[in-house]
Ligand binder design. Structure first.
Ligand code: GDP
Ligand code: MN
Length: 363
């Protein structure tokens, strides 16, 4: 599955990779509005799933919102390599000092992931490989180990980077390699990764997810459903419904000495399907050692929630603790306890149990 640039950027950004401010639009007047919000000078980028879009006329610049509207109209009338342009990404114009290349893919010959980085980006990496092979560093990743900061620094030093650039660049290498691994990617690429006076920014983004992994990448649907998801630094993954319950769950965890790793708010009236996606999304975060599900049934039905949990429980490598109250509570609790799920009656007990199980998991 190939993702659009704006989708890939939003995933990269959720991992902490800096991206330009911007918004996807489907009409010229929206493009004008976004350009106004961004201060006038913008880049308009056709969202199509083919390479070489810049060369094919799919990237245009505008000096002010009126021009952005006109340029958007031109872009919407194009078809690039046979594909109609239906969405544009309107972004702040970056002041680019230098363009780099960073990508991860699979080296099928060696059966390993490989990271490639070049001090010359923006152009086809194949061209650089032919002309100046020494400007590309190729680094195979050990599938049994994580990718360590010292390895990122080694790559950067080989390319001749030093000083203040090392830190932000190595952060981006580490984060992109996490995206690559956790999202079952075939390709995760930033070309160009740009140096600007504001820092290092991913000016373009490409992400292709292995189709054979889509069954466990239901997480992608969370984004489509627009469910609020936030990443934090602790060990306890949290699934809740409603912003108030999210806050009280996190306060309770912290009060008892735990730290949330992330939280996902499944909103009101969530189906078993949404609950299933939520679990698959939350567990993707590598910090998660245990999952705490705290649901208050109103329009949400506890039996639906239980069914969603049971669908994925067998695939979960971390323990799950559930607290369910409200509509159809008895049915939901029965389904869960019959399946041997850790169920707690109060939020405090559930948080305590999650913290304890999370500690065991990290030893
Ligand atoms: P691609 O052709 O589909 O790979 O599109 P990219 O997003 O990589 O953009 C192509 C080129 O447009 C980049 O290499 C940059 O040189 C240029 N470009 C893209 N965004 C900006 C920007 O914000 N400011 C400037 N000055 N150039 C940009
Ligand atoms: Mn590009």
């Amino acid at each position: 599955m190939k993702l659009y640039e704006y989708e890939a950027k939003s995933i990269f950004s959720s991992y902490g990779i800096p991206i330009p401010s911007g918004q996807e639009v489907t009409t010229p007047s929206q493009a004008k509005e976004v350009a106004e919000e961004l201060g006038g000078k913008v880049v308009l980028k056709a969202q199509i799933l083919v390479g070489g879009r810049g060369k094919a006329g799919g990237i245009k610049f505008a000096e002010n919102p009126e021009q952005a509207e006109k340029v958007a109209e031109e872009l919407f009338s194009l078809s690039i390599k046979g594909l109609p342009v239906e969405t544009l990404l309107v972004e702040e114009m970056l002041e680019i000092k230098r363009e780099l290349y960073l990508g991860l893919t699979i080296d099928r010959g060696r059966g390993q992931s490989v990271l490639m980085m070049s001090s010359e980006g923006g152009v086809d990496i194949e061209e650089v490989a032919e002309r100046d092979p020494e400007k590309i560093v190729t680094y195979h990743l050990n599938p049994l180990q994580r990718f360590y900061p010292f390895q990122a620094r080694e790559i950067l030093q080989r390319l001749g980077f030093h000083g203040k650039l090392i830190n932000p660049l190595s952060q981006i290498l580490l984060k992109l390699s996490r995206v690559f691994q956790e999202r079952d990617a075939e390709i995760a690429e930033i070309n160009p990764l740009v140096l600007t006076p504001e820092g290092v920014i991913a000016a373009d983004a490409k992400l292709i997810v292995d189709d054979d992994a889509l069954f466990r990448q239901k997480a992608f649907q969370v984004q489509e459903e627009d469910l609020p998801y936030v990443e934090l630094e602790g060990h306890v993954g949290c699934i809740v419904n409603g912003a108030g319950l999210a806050m009280s769950t996190m306060d309770t965890l912290k009060e008892l000495g735990g730290e949330p790793a992330n939280f996902l708010d499944i909103g009101g009236g969530a189906s078993a399907e949404v609950m299933e996606m939520a679990l698959k999304r939350v567990v993707l975060h590598s910090g998660v050692k245990v999952i705490l599900i705290n649901i208050l049934g109103g329009i949400t039905r506890c039996d639906e929630i239980a069914k969603g949990i049971l669908k994925v429980l067998g695939d979960m490598e971390v323990p799950v603790v559930v607290r369910l109250r409200g509509t159809n509570e008895e049915e939901g609790l029965k389904l869960l306890s019959d399946a041997g799920v850790n169920v707690e009656s109060s939020m405090i007990k559930a948080a305590q149990s999650a913290i304890a199980l999370g500690r065991e998991g990290s030893d």
